[in-house]
Design a binder for this molecule. Structure first.
Ligand code: ATP
Length: 319
């Protein structure tokens, strides 16, 4: 996908109007508790991540939020309208929603353009933006080729274009980057940034935690049908109180000097490696470590601090 949408220099702040609200949501299939008492709130214009192991309940949550399957218990409201509720409120809201399912179903005999025409008709939206949409997802060159000839990544791009039909205000994207190459992934997130700057609310699932950790505003970690934690990546890191790692690059002859400088501090492991000393410490000792290293008077050639990754946080909450 072309990186056609640089982030605006002054993006509007994410609103504080809850667009998606789930309260005590459950989905039981007999004895299987696919979703088991989930509370969630996603604000307008937020890019919200939903992560969890296989079978954690993410896709089931999506399907319930979209009104594709009924809840066993609890309630979901989108833009104030109860999902699946009586009356036309949710039907009106539904038109503002775009959805990219985990396994998008496409018709092999249709071309890319015909596919969008087909879905536009189904959604009841004008087909006039279809060419622009194909351009946006980097598929214009294949607009007239049949889907059967598309690669996995091309199918995924077409699925994304389908989700963008009718300029949705709310987007549900279930593992949207599956099959995309690194450049396409970058282009995909550039489009999300652009949509975010336009105030679109998005919920995204992914198993590629490194990919989403810098990109979502907040996320929820699901395990066994329950939300284990919700917040920004940084807030979850702090909540877990996972240690940080310093990498202190010094001449091997100075390894002992590093140890000595840190000797009075409550640091964890201090490990001498090829050309650096790795030091583990809790967040509240971080500044004291930096101050102590500053006394080494020119011996430190470089210093990096590795925060716990989203993967570290994820395993902390979901194991
Ligand atoms: N129609 C169904 N009938 C019975 N069990 C189901 C049904 N749909 C989902 N489940 C079960 O519900 C649980 C949650 O499934 P779900 O597809 O929501 O997980 P997920 O988090 O999306 O997983 P993945 O990351 O593998 O896509 C699983 O144990 C699954 O087997």
């Amino acid at each position: 996908m072309a990186d056609i949408s640089p982030a605006p220099s002054n993006p509007p702040q994410t609103g504080t109007k809850p667009v998606i609200v789930a309260r005590g949501v459950r989905k039981h299939y007999g004895s299987i508790h696919a979703v088991d008492g989930v509370d969630l709130e996603v604000q307008e214009g937020e890019l919200f991540g939903l992560i969890g192991h296989n079978g954690a309940g993410k896709s089931t949550m999506f399907k319930m939020m979209l009104g594709l399957i009924p809840v066993t218990g609890g309630e979901i409201r989108i833009d104030g309208a109860p999902v699946g509720g009586a009356g036309g409120d949710f039907r009106t809201v539904r038109r503002k929603i775009g959805y990219l399912p985990e396994n998008v179903v496409l018709y092999d005999n249709l071309t890319g353009l015909e596919t969008l025409q087909f879905f536009a008709k189904l959604k009841g939206v004008p087909a006039r933006d279809n060419v622009t949409l194909l351009e946006r997802v980097g598929l214009i060159h294949a607009a007239k080729r049949r889907v059967r000839e598309y690669s996995k990544g091309m199918r995924q791009r077409l699925g994304f274009a389908q989700a963008l039909l009718g300029k949705p205000r709310i987007l549900f994207l279930d593992e949207p980057t599956t099959g995309l190459d690194p450049e396409a992934i970058r282009g995909f997130y550039a489009i999300l940034r652009q949509l975010k700057s336009e105030g679109v609310t998005m919920v995204i699932t992914s198993h590629i935690l490194a990919e989403i950790q810098e990109r979502v505003d907040r996320l929820a970690i699901m395990a066994a049908g329950k939300v284990q934690a919700t917040g920004t990546v940084q807030a979850l890191r702090e909540q877990m109180d996972l240690p940080l790692w310093f990498s202190v690059r010094v001449d091997p002859a100075d390894f002992e000097a590093v140890r000595a400088a840190l000797g009075h501090l409550p640091v964890g492991a201090i490990e001498a490696r090829d050309d650096h000393v790795a030091v583990q410490c809790q967040r509240d000792t971080k500044m004291a470590v930096i101050t102590a290293l500053a006394t080494l008077d020119g011996k430190v050639r470089d210093l990096t601090v590795r925060e716990p990754s989203l993967e570290d946080v994820f395993f902390g909450f979901s194991d």
